[in-house]
Design a protein around this ligand. Structure first.
Ligand code: GLC
Length: 480
């Protein structure tokens, strides 16, 4: 039996701000239980819903010296769907209204978390063969495993994997600050280690010191070796190219299943979607206040509303997008400028645009189930999960060819009768618009072809099966 510990800043079902939480919560379940004991550790945020917090069991606590004070570290546990989750408790650090807030404070918070997570392991008595770290919040762990937590029986042989879900966020501040929070000696703050462009960089530490580095699609693994996508670390990514793998994310095929989805007005499958799917469309139109019209081309967006997601392309052609023969529904929160842009168009074209500026799991499922197409024109996209959900629900993705979008959506080819969606290459608003219009023309003009795209989309398999196998191969290779 190999012991694997995931350490991350969020995980479903407990706390989620983005796709990271879906991956951390769903991948462990899909590893082979006969050979791998995969457990997960995250902070015990006060903003985790009370119903979860009340059901956690207390395991132990201890005090840890951190930044000149003795700090409380509580350890709680919750077994969910057969997976053991550990929660690191300290209300001073994890008491906020959201998991992240102030950049500066987050650096201290997650430095504390990395120290506490490793210190907690001997107390729990779970000795991992490998710690799988996710994103900058856990970047210090691979460093510590070669330094502060290297000596002694317990920690000596623990391997580490660093997975990059988004290279844009690195945990950066001046060297003095990062050094203070990380409590690492001077020798670590050089350009080949934790220093980057004169600043301290926590993710860089993880990438330099981890035994292997992964990211969440093959295309993104290639892209981040280039300056445009490399966020300043492309040189490092090239230097670690031999230890860098792209493994595409999966999604939970039980949670996301149009045939059993309790949120849908009319569950459906790959055989009966031609008759049933439209019932979900009408229910959705009615719920969000759009004219109920089963013929109208209905496009959905479920997204964090940030620059990464290509929303400035949408903004650039929004008037053209709001053509008479189209309806658009948007669900999500994020930058105020995008929230207000969608609110404005909801007001301006009330019968064509519906802006739902909040987040709801339930409505997201109804959008995957009820829309005809799903738009995701990202500037960059390490993997992207929504397009996988859209494919699963036979909602045709329209994407930009970058990162995981490129790896998971095959462009429709009308001559060969292939493809599972529509895509465009350049980050250009009119290229996007043309592609949407092309999709629309197939939808209105060649309904049989459109339905065959849906056939092919729903026949894809983006469950975790294949990708979990690839992570297991990587674990085996490292643990030996
Ligand atoms: C981040 C990325 C997204 C990816 C997710 C899970 O949210 O932006 O592309 O799918 O992490 O890996």
């Amino acid at each position: 039996m190999k012991n694997i510990l995931f350490v991350a800043s969020e995980s479903v079902p407990f706390i989620k701000t983005g796709g990271l939480a879906d991956v951390v919560g769903s991948l462990p379940k899909c590893c082979d239980k006969e050979n791998y004991d995969v457990r997960v550790m995250i902070p015990k945020y006060l903003c985790i819903k009370e119903k979860w917090r009340n059901e956690m069991t207390y395991i132990s606590h201890f005090y840890m010296d951190y930044l000149g004070e003795s700090r409380y570290v509580g350890i709680l546990q919750y077994v969910y769907d057969g997976i053991t989750f550990y929660f690191i408790d300290n209300e001073a650090y994890f008491g906020g209204a959201k998991p992240y807030g102030d950049w500066f404070y987050d650096l201290e918070k997650f430095s504390f978390f990395c120290n506490a997570a490793l210190s907690a392991l001997p107390v729990i008595g779970f000795k991992p063969d490998l710690i799988h770290c996710h994103d900058w919040q856990t970047g210090l762990i691979p460093v510590y495993l070669k330094d502060r937590f290297h000596d002694g029986e317990f920690f000596r042989d623990i391997k580490s994997v660093m997975t990059i879900h988004n290279l844009k966020f690195q945990g950066v501040w001046d060297v003095k600050t990062i050094q203070r929070f990380s409590m690492l000696p001077d020798s670590y703050f050089t350009p080949d280690k934790l220093e980057a462009y004169k600043d301290g960089n926590m993710l860089k530490g993880g990438i330099v010191y981890a035994d292997a580095v992964t990211t969440v699609s093959q295309t993104y693994a290639e892209e981040i070796k280039l300056p445009f996508y490399g966020e300043g670390l492309d040189g490092l990514m090239r230097a670690r190219a031999n230890d860098l793998r792209g493994i595409v994310n999966g999604i939970d095929y039980v949670d996301f299943n149009p045939e059993t989805d309790a949120y849908l007005a009319a569950p459906y499958n790959a055989k009966n979607f031609r008759k049933e799917k439209v019932k979900n469309k009408k229910a959705l139109q009615e719920q969000v206040g759009l004219p109920v019209d089963e013929k109208k081309f209905l496009v959905g967006i479920v997204s964090r509303l940030t620059d990464q997601k290509g929303l400035d392309l949408i903004q650039g052609v929004m008037d053209e997008l709001c053509a008479e023969d189209m309806q658009l529904i948007v669900l999500g929160t994020g930058d105020e400028k995008y929230e207000n842009m969608f609110r404005h168009y909801d007001w301006k074209y009330h019968d064509r645009v519906s802006a739902q500026i909040y987040y709801s799991d339930e409505l997201s499922h109804k959008i995957y189930g009820g829309c005809d197409a799903f738009l995701m024109p990202s500037l960059f996209e390490p993997c992207g999960l929504s397009q996988l959900m859209a494919l699963r629900y036979g909602t045709v993705p329209i994407v930009r060819e970058t990162g995981g979008l490129k790896d998971t959506v095959q462009a429709y080819n009308e001559y060969e009768g292939t493809g599972t969606g529509f895509s465009f290459i350049n980050y250009n608003a009119h290229e996007m618009l043309n592609t949407i219009n092309y999709a629309k023309s197939v939808y209105y003009g060649k309904k049989r072809e459109w339905n065959k795209i849906i056939d092919r989309a729903m026949a894809q398999d983006f469950s975790w099966n294949t990708s979990a196998g690839k992570y297991q191969e990587l674990y085996d290779w490292l643990i030996g």
